[in-house]
Design a protein around this ligand. Sequence first.
Ligand code: ADP
Ligand code: MG
Length: 238
Amino acid sequence: MAPVKFQDVRKSFGSTEVLHGITVDIDEGQFVVLVGPSGCGKSTLLRMLAGLENITSGEIVIGDRVVNALPPKERDIAMVFQNYALYPHITVGENMGFSLSLKGVAKSEIEDRVRPAAEILGLSHLLDRYPRQLSGGQRQRVAMGRAIVRDPQVFLFDEPLSNLDAKLRVSMRTEIKNLHQRLATTTVYVTHDQIEAMTMADKIVVMHDGIVEQVGDPLELYDRPANLFVAGFIGSPA
Ligand code: ADP
Ligand code: MG
């Protein structure tokens, strides 16, 4: 696990600036949630951390390295998306090990890494099934399994639960938190859902129109919102 730093990070698409100088410090092992309304820049910030989007100015640091110029595969991160496409023609176990096989990791080592990950996620009995034979929640777990087997310094989640029904969404929150407690990997989790943020985060970063409105733990935001935007956003129903 590693600390993460955003230092005065800006992003423009063409002549439009969408992130206006974001500064956030994330401690190693912390579970940080970026929350804010749709379009405020959460995914763009996460994609820059992942190396999937260039940074216009500022600095992003993972561990003790400035990663601005590093390609995604050199950043030691693993990302779980909302649309976690699994490969339909290979098994659950093969899906989980796929990125390792691309890296040329030996088959026996892949199996040694997939097995404990599957156990943590309750997937051990499903390793030989195909994605189409799984429920939505099980597929989501496979997507997390793919991230876990890579044993990254940082986990990134972009709205991983938005495609699940309400009941499953609630139970998956707990599963992701349990996973974090077990692995203690630094996690940056993006959602537009303030209830999800309040129930999952060690630290919440409230974003709005490309700026950070407030950073704090859930209780601080609830008790002492910095301004009307935070008060309204945190206080509104899901
Ligand atoms: P969020 O994830 O919070 O919903 P995004 O990071 O997706 O927000 O988007 C932030 C802003 O940047 C939005 O105004 C969006 O339209 C714009 N944006 C995102 N990606 C691109 C892109 N590739 N080209 C142009 N504008 C983009
Ligand atoms: Mg988004």
